[in-house]
Design a protein around this ligand. Sequence first.
Ligand code: SF4
Length: 103
Amino acid sequence: MPTLYLGSMPLEEIGWLRRGACRSSDPELFFPLAPTPSQEARAKAVCASCQVMEQCRSYALRAGESDGIWGGLTPEERRRTRFPEGWRRPAAPEAAAPEATAS
Ligand code: SF4
């Protein structure tokens, strides 16, 4: 059976989206051109009452969704969840350059 897509997302991966509380909300609330704290708070309030918030958040983190509010998290909050402070290993010290020899 061929995989069906919604945009670039496989439908079987996001079937839960049909039960999302945001289905009846203004898409601009979740994908604003210019996000504001007020808009984010209103979108998060919708997510807080959503029966599929865990699936939504898990999907967005796994898929690396870079835009919009998903599962009650902003893009920056998702980045911090995926890459918490200190997640990156310190770079290996660079090898010392050989000293110039006088001839
Ligand atoms: S958690 Fe928020 S963004 Fe995700 S489906 Fe529910 S209302 Fe929509």
